[in-house]
Design a protein around this ligand. Sequence first.
Ligand SMILES: [Zn+2]
Length: 292
Amino acid sequence: MTGSTLMSLVTALMSLWGFPLGQAYMFVDLSHVQNMTTLYWPGVPTFNRTIVAAGTSANGIWIEVGAFSSGEHGGTHIDVPRHFIENGMDLKDFPLERTVAEGVVIDCSAEAERNADYAVTKEKIEQWEEKHGRIPNEAAVLFRFGYAKKFWEPEKYLNTQQLDDATTYHFPSVSLEAVKWLVKSRNLKMIGMDVPSPDPPTDLTYPVHRLVLPLNIMIMENVNIVPSLPPRNFRLHAAPIRIENGTGVQTRIYAMLYERMNDGSPRLSSPLFVSFVVCLSLVSAVVKIISQ
Ligand SMILES: [Zn+2]
C-alpha cells in the first residue's frame, strides 16, 4: 500500500468518526477578566496584582514577574465541596473528570428581565427540553439570565445601591426543586450561571450549594455566558488550579463548539457502516496494488 493510499484511508476513516480534520473547534471564552475592579462578595479580599520585577536584565533580555492575591470566590470562579462541608474535598483532590462535560444553556433572560428575583422552575427546564431535546446525562447545565453584560456595573448586576450590604442584593437564581430534578433525573455533573450564586441572595441557608456540593457537583459562578453560546452541542471545560485546602478559585471557563454538528453535516458513526467502509477501502487498496 502506498503512503498516499494509506493516508487517504486514514483520512476517510477519521472523518467518518467525526474527527475535525483540518477544521478547528470554535472556542468560546466564558470568563470575565480578573483585575482590581472585578466583583467580589463583601468582606472577601478583592483581586490585587503588583509587579515584583520588570526591566531589562544585564544581557538585554526583558523580564517581568508579577504577584497577585485575592479571595477564593470572586469574578468567574468555581466552588468545590469544601466550601460548605467542614474538611470536605478541596481543590487539590477535586477529580479532573468532574471539570469537563457536555454543555447546555437554558436561557431564562426573558424571565429575569421581568423579575430580578426570578427562580428557575422544573417546568422551565421541561419546556427547554421540549424545544431542544433531552438534557444529556452528566451534563454541565448553564443558566443564562442575561446578567453577564451587567457584570462591570455592580449596582445593576446586584440590583442595589448598597454594594457593601449583601442583604440588599437581588438577582435571579435556580430553585431547589429544579436542581433536585436535574440531579435525580439527569445525573447533573456541573451547574453554572451568569450571576454570583445559584441561591437567591436573601436565602442564607444556601439550599442549592448544600444539595450539590456534597455530591461533587461543581458550581460555576459569575460565568460570562455570552449570547453567542448555542443552547447545546458544545463541551464545557472548567479545570481549577490545585490549591491545598482550597474551597473555590477563579477559573478559565470555556466552551468548545461541535461545529460539524451545528452546521447540520451528518455524523456517520455507526460501527456497522464504518466497518463496511474499512473493508471496502482495504479491498480497493489491495486490488490497486495487485493491478500495478
Ligand atoms: Zn463561590
